[in-house]
Design a protein around this ligand. Structure first.
Ligand code: HEC
Ligand code: HEC
Ligand code: HEC
Ligand code: HEC
Ligand code: HEC
Length: 369
């Protein structure tokens, strides 16, 4: 076993080496801008100490159903066989060969189409984007919600209804909106399909560096004037019209959606108190995320944050709302991946809670995109 400082140095040196050599290797000679590859241990897909790579360390292996996205080289097996076998523990995040079919040309694995949890398959027309969407698609769909609430009264709490969790970073499904069926869509409403961004900014790698996942803010700035940093992205507004959140101002889609999410959380809590008869609160820190807020102070206190303290008074309407709200949280880029879809989902979820008459929601002034 190497001593800790030595191991840290080793890692640092390797990272430095990779970062330098590949930045050079990947220079785009036409524009002389570094493009494509920047590899840094500890970042994004090489965040080797992160939870997605270590959740199973105390178990024998990584279960087959999780191995596609959580093992070092789960993708090629999944692409070939359509499923995975259990995989060994991960030490250094993803292997290069998880995405690259050839380590001389760095060609990526061929991904002809992507199947979403809804069962729908799409081909984005861009192999890299298909590759990204193989993992960035979530794990549940509206069908999982419907299965839990079939035949039940919208506003009657039922202790048998469980929380249904979309899973993390489902960006690819958002990009395709209703064509992928990721969020719970309310009957009779039209929803946006694939995001209609500029054709040059419609694929994952136009906006993200593929290894670290970093947002290419300077690419945004090429087309959206005045953008200087990540925080500025939330102010971007172009051709779309409407004051979605009803605060009297037409703001950037990122801001509009953030405000809608805040309104939704307040409405969810009020609805749960009046209809479920018991309070609910969300914490990102651990399963089951939605807890019974036993003292009703609106947040999850440390004594409430127990795996055996899940919220137990879901109604069908509340499950739909929670599924969608959690989805909007789990895709922190939803306003950019598909602003119209995300805002439609937020609006309709709020409208549904308003329809119950028990959530204290006022829809006046709000606009559905
Ligand atoms: C279709 C791809 C996919 C599958 C299959 C999948 N996950 Fe994930 N999971 C992800 C992605 C992407 C993330 C990264 C999210 C992040 O870092 O916040 C993630 C993150 C996680 C995390 C870390 C959450 C956190 O708080 O950071 C846990 C735990 C997890 N998954 C558990 C599971 C389990 C258990 C299974 C199998 C039953 C599974 N996942 C199957 C894509 C998947
Ligand atoms: C999560 C998937 C993924 C992993 C893991 C990955 N890469 Fe990549 N890599 C890509 C994608 C996608 C591109 C193409 C980016 C583009 O065209 O904008 C790329 C591009 C590159 C390029 C530039 C090649 C070119 O044609 O421009 C190099 C070099 C590279 N990767 C090296 C590596 C190395 C070395 C590793 C392992 C340390 C690695 N990659 C791991 C997805 C990945
Ligand atoms: C094998 C599954 C897999 C593939 C393929 C994959 N990702 Fe990821 N991605 C993950 C997981 C897991 C994480 C979370 C890593 C962590 O927790 O640090 C992640 C993280 C990210 C992040 C957030 C990075 C951060 O630290 O904030 C972005 C952005 C991202 N991926 C974009 C992409 C893009 C773009 C592609 C295609 C080039 C891609 N991913 C391909 C599984 C995958
Ligand atoms: C139009 C540009 C654009 C496109 C196209 C795009 N993204 Fe994003 N993505 C963003 C922005 C902006 C964010 C939000 C970053 C932030 O606020 O931290 C984001 C956030 C994310 C995140 C969450 C990371 C985090 O730390 O918040 C993931 C994962 C992700 N994108 C993956 C993808 C994948 C996979 C694709 C392709 C299927 C994709 N993105 C396409 C712009 C884009
Ligand atoms: C190649 C040019 C180009 C690039 C690069 C680009 N965009 Fe755009 N973006 C556009 C155009 C053009 C529109 C207007 C599309 C429309 O309304 O039909 C747009 C629309 C948007 C919108 C919706 C605005 C509205 O009013 O609905 C957002 C948000 C956005 N872009 C964010 C981003 C982010 C974030 C990035 C960088 C990660 C980015 N864009 C990169 C050209 C680009």
């Amino acid at each position: 076993m190497l001593s800790k400082p030595f191991r840290q140095f080793g890692l640092f040196a390797t990272a430095l080496l990779l970062a330098c050599s590949f930045n050079v290797a990947a220079q785009d000679h036409a524009t002389a801008k570094p493009k494509g590859a920047r590899i840094q241990m500890g970042e994004g897909h090489f965040n080797r100490d992160a939870k997605p790579f270590h959740y199973w360390d105390k178990e024998k292996e990584i279960p087959a159903v999780c191995a596609r996205c959580h093992s070092a080289v789960g993708v090629p097996q999944y692409l070939k066989e359509g499923k995975n076998t259990p995989a060994p523990h991960v030490k250094n995040a993803y292997a290069c060969t998880n995405c690259h079919a050839d380590m001389l040309t760095y060609q990526r694995h061929t991904v002809e189409k992507v199947s979403f949890p809804s069962g729908i398959s799409v081909n984005s027309g861009d192999n890299n984007t298909n590759l990204c969407m193989t993992c960035h698609q979530g794990r549940e769909s509206p069908a999982s919600v419907n299965k839990e609430i079939e035949g039940m009264e919208a506003d009657t709490p039922n202790a048998k209804i469980p929380f249904v969790h979309i899973h993390y970073y489902p960006a690819g499904a958002t990009l395709f909106g209703t064509e992928a069926k990721v969020a719970y869509e309310y009957p009779g409403k039209p929803y946006a399909g694939r995001n209609n961004h500029d054709p040059d900014a419609n694929v994952c790698t136009a906006c993200h560096e593929p290894h670290s996942g970093t947002v290419r803010v300077d690419a945004c700035a090429d087309c959206h004037r005045g953008i200087k940093d990540l925080a500025g992205l939330a102010t971007i507004r172009k051709r779309s019209k409407g004051d979605y959140d009803g605060n009297g101002r037409e703001e950037g889609l990122g801001r509009e959606l953030a405000n809608m999410k805040a309104l939704l959380y307040t409405a969810i809590q009020q609805y749960a108190r009046t209809v479920g008869g018991s309070s609910i609160a969300f914490s990102p820190d651990g399963f089951p995320y939605w807890y019974a807020d036993t003292n009703g102070n609106g947040k999850v206190d440390s004594d409430e944050m127990r795996p055996n303290n899940p919220y137990k008074a879901y109604t069908p309407r509340l499950l739909q709302a929670i599924f969608n709200y959690t989805y909007l949280l789990r895709d922190p880029g939803a306003a950019y991946h598909n602003g119209p879809y995300a805002l439609q989902i937020a609006y309709d979820t709020l409208q549904s809670l308003a329809d119950s008459g028990k959530a204290g929601v006022d829809m006046r002034g709000k606009t559905r995109p």
